[in-house]
Design a protein around this ligand. Structure first.
Ligand SMILES: NC(=O)c1ccc[n+]([C@@H]2O[C@H](COP(=O)([O-])OP(=O)(O)OC[C@H]3O[C@@H](n4cnc5c(N)ncnc54)[C@H](O)[C@@H]3O)[C@@H](O)[C@H]2O)c1
Length: 364
């Protein structure tokens, strides 16, 4: 088991990462969280596979817990889902001493985290990520929210959890598509962490895919320690935390343009390819660097339709990006492995030219 600490001004908490069984996970929850009652928000597919055992353990160790299932689709990341959860919490008389346990991927975490941050002005919450993407990224750092008017995460809050428990045991039931999506977000850390990790990911790409235990454990360790440290330094994304959005301005636009037919992680990997081209267009990286930095995301297979976008429409979708300032488009761009530039202002001509080149790259 590895333990990491997040220390922000609003909360200090621990991330436990290991290959915990369900009994151990529930034990960690009850040991660390003193709550009257638990409201467990669980992903429907996760519930199908692990639900009986999870319910049995919660009931055995906590007396009684209330379970509520949700379907994890981007279109469910909406206010109407949130309303249903508020409704259930209120109907079941959950009070301020309630603890919310969020078991699922990033959709459950983002939605459940938002509910926890607002119900009764904030109740305790624990993230138990069940996808690779949620384990390396979304469960840590307290970003919560939902999609609004076809814009990703337009409404949300910063609300740190009280505890995060990551178990690699959940990954064995993930589909290849979900493993791929997790890898998309892992790739991002290759650029943030530096050359050594980037090269490790390049040479171990297939072992991550096949969930090789030793490789997955090392990858989780690198990603979680990077994320916990950045969040501790900059809880509300005033500066350095922005690097975690590398590739995401493009990614969110691709997701919304293709109506979420592309997974978040794959959109991030595509977004990184596009961001690197933009860095090159702006003269931040050389042609040699560009060729070398494209190798990792290029290992992914992208859907054919990804080249079909209309650039004007796609660019319009970037206008509501939270990194923009005074109506100007701002990007996180790569200078070198381990060296990112934040708040790089980009004009529409540079962006269009990068998008045209991205289309050419993706179509071969
Ligand atoms: N808050 C943040 O900091 C942050 C960071 C990155 C991504 N996100 C958000 O996370 C979301 C994507 O999360 P995700 O990739 O985890 O997707 P997800 O939550 O949609 O889950 C993907 C699919 O995997 C299934 N699933 C989950 N765990 C499973 C398991 N163990 N076995 C079998 N199936 C399982 C789900 O039912 C779902 O069908 C996006 O909405 C993205 O915006 C948030």
């Amino acid at each position: 088991m590895k333990t990491y600490h997040v220390r922000t001004s609003s909360k200090k908490y621990t991330v436990h990462s290991g290959s915990f069984g369900i009994k151990e996970i529930v034990h960690l929850v009850t040991q660390n969280l003193k709550c009257d009652r638990f409201f467990v928000l669980i992903d429907k597919n996760v519930n199908k596979i692990y639900g009986t055992e999870i319910q049995k353990e919660f009931n055995r160790q906590t007396g009684e817990s209330y379970f509520f299932q949700m379907t994890s689709l981007e279109k469910q990341k909406s206010y109407s889902t949130i309303q249903k959860i508020y409704d259930e919490l209120a109907k079941q008389n959950f009070g301020r001493d309630a603890g919310m346990i969020l078991i699922g991927g990033g959709v459950v975490g983002d939605i459940g985290g938002f509910v926890a941050s607002t119900y009764m002005r904030g109740i305790k919450c624990v993230h138990i990520p069940t996808t690779i993407l949620a384990a390396v990224d979304s469960s840590i750092g307290g970003k919560t929210g939902y999609n609004f008017r076809n814009t990703k995460n337009l409404i949300g809050s910063f609300y740190q959890p009280d505890l995060v428990i990551t178990s690699t045991e959940f990954f064995s039931s993930l589909s290849p598509k979900e493993i791929d999506s997790g890898i998309g977000e892992i790739i991002k850390y290759g650029y943030l962490s530096g050359k050594k990790f980037y090269e490790y990911l390049l040479s171990n790409y297939n072992s991550i895919h096949s969930l090789d235990k030793r490789v997955i454990e090392y990858v989780l360790q690198e990603c979680i320690s990077f994320k916990t440290s950045v969040v501790s330094d900059d809880e509300r994304e005033g500066g350095i935390r922005k690097v975690l959005n590398f590739g995401h301005t493009f990614a969110h636009a691709f997701e919304s343009y293709y109506q979420y037919k592309i997974s978040h992680g794959k959109a991030v990997a595509a977004g990184i390819l596009a961001a690197n081209i933009l860095s090159h267009k702006k003269g931040i990286i050389t042609t040699n660097q560009l060729n070398s930095f494209q190798k990792l995301p290029a290992m992914m297979k992208f859907p054919k339709f990804l080249q079909e976008f209309d650039s004007t429409d796609l660019t319009r979708r970037m206008d509501l990006d939270k990194k923009n300032k005074s109506g100007k488009l701002n990007f996180v761009l790569l200078k070198d492995l381990g060296e990112l530039l934040i708040d790089v202002n980009v004009n529409k001509n540079e962006l269009n030219s990068a998008l045209n080149e991205f289309k050419r790259l993706i179509s071969v």
